[in-house]
Design a protein around this ligand. Structure first.
Ligand SMILES: [Zn+2]
Length: 430
């Protein structure tokens, strides 16, 4: 099949006006001007989308899809207040609730043009459900608040794959200690050391709130109480959370999520050691923290990705809405850099470069098509208008998941399961 659009943005190469992509099975085999491809393959089916921009399926690099039913359940609030409510709501969810929630989250991602996630999972079903919905991604098991000696048992109980490397190339696994206030230094270091021994990634929520800054520096503030239970070996570090992680040796190749309260002193540490930073500007605003010093991070050469975080701290999973919030806090970033952040740069951070995040021969056929106004400058036009309301088509591994703006396989059973789960969570925080 050949798919053409007014603009094709391969990301790994310059934009192509009146471009096209040829897809065979689940892979992209060719990207070039439409006329060239059609002339070379006259008998191949062509799907023309003349009013659209075609780009790689988007990479939402930080999600908690299993918390999608918490949308609207936990209102915006200062971080320490919010995290207590979220913990109560999560405890109220049954395994079935989490599964329905993960499925709903995966569908919402696809519906807004996202085909890859960096997802924090609570049960192994999340991975299967995300794959079924068409998502690729890196899936991080969160291990917090335990003695490091119990990691193996905890991972086994949570269904972490015994051999976390798969033959196929579109799923990666990872480990996460959640944060410096929910995992002590012993546990964080142990997870960081364990991850590369079986090819897993390491991610951590870091420098998210002033409360976390205060806790790591002095051992005091609103997070000290929860930390006394979950991170009993923690000693006040006298430094920022980012420097603290670095001094533990756990910043190397780490995916640092948020960094909303990172300072100028933290930026070179992130540039020199971290795998990259996932920024979540709307989640940060929801929790009255940040914004992250994105322009300084970009100037220092830090790899950036973009995430919506969960619906417990955001209004939707629409990555282009997130991108416009990013442009708002980092006006010096070009539209092209922002689109790269939400495609190839995000895929690279999740260990999926060459698999997804770019339109190139050999990559998975993960494609998003957005209806866009005619323009000579495709990146700003896309950034200004794209979103879940302008999705024309979404293809994942060569399969259309959205066509003409409509999901190709709507799921009705899900509505009921989701309503029940949301009610349970709302009752827990009422
Ligand atoms: Zn998160």
């Amino acid at each position: 099949m050949i798919v053409s659009a007014a603009w094709v943005l391969p990301i790994s190469g310059p934009p192509i006006r009146d471009g096209a992509v040829r897809v065979r099975d689940a892979r992209i085999v060719e990207v070039a001007p439409r006329d060239e491809i059609v002339a070379a393959h006259p008998s191949e089916e062509v799907a023309d989308h003349p009013g659209c921009t075609l780009l790689p399926g988007l990479v939402n690099a930080h999600t908690h899809l299993a918390l999608t039913v918490l949308g609207g359940v936990v209102p915006p609030a200062p971080f320490p207040e919010w995290i207590g409510r979220v913990a109560r709501a999560i405890r109220a969810l049954t395994p079935d609730d989490l599964a329905a929630s993960a499925t709903l989250g995966a569908h919402r991602c696809i519906a807004s043009g996202t085909t890859t996630v960096g997802d924090i999972v609570y049960t192994p079903e999340s991975v299967t459900l995300a794959e079924d919905a068409g998502l690729a991604g890196a899936f991080f098991w969160e291990v917090l608040g335990i003695d490091p000696a119990a990691i193996g048992e905890r991972l086994e109980r949570a269904g972490y794959p015994a051999a976390p490397t798969r033959d196929d190339d579109h799923i990666r696994f990872g480990l996460s200690p959640h944060s410096p206030y929910t995992s002590g230094p012993g546990l964080s270091s142990a997870l960081h050391a364990l991850a590369p021994t079986h090819g897993a990634l390491f991610a951590v929520h870091l420098a998210e709130s002033p409360a976390e800054i205060e806790f790591v520096r002095d051992g005091s503030g609103p997070l000290a109480d929860v930390a006394s239970r979950t991170a009993p070996d923690f000693e006040p570090a006298g430094v920022s959370p980012i420097r603290y992680l670095h001094e533990l040796g756990a910043l190397d190749d780490a995916i640092a999520v948020h960094c909303a309260e990172a300072t100028g002193d933290d930026v070179p540490l992130l540039a020199g050691h971290a795998r990259g930073v996932v920024v979540c500007p709307r989640s940060n605003a929801y929790l009255h923290v940040g914004p992250a010093p994105v322009e300084a991070l970009a100037r220092a050469g830090v790899r950036l990705a973009l995430g919506t975080d969960s619906l417990a701290s955001n209004s939707d999973l629409d990555l282009f809405a997130e991108a416009r919030a990013l442009a708002g806090i980092a006006p010096a970033l070009s539209a092209e850099r922002i689109v790269r952040t939400m495609t190839l740069e995000g895929a690279t951070m999740l260990g999926l470069a060459g698999v997804t995040g770019s339109i190139e021969s050999g990559a998975r056929a993960d494609i998003a098509l957005f209806r866009t106004p005619a323009s000579d400058d495709p990146y700003p036009a896309l950034l200004k208008t794209a979103g879940r309301h302008t999705v024309q088509g979404v293809m994942s591994a060569g399969v259309w998941r959205v066509l003409d703006g409509q999901p190709t396989s709507p799921s009705h059973y899900l509505d009921v399961a989701v309503r029940k789960a949301a009610a349970r969570a709302a009752a827990a925080v009422a």
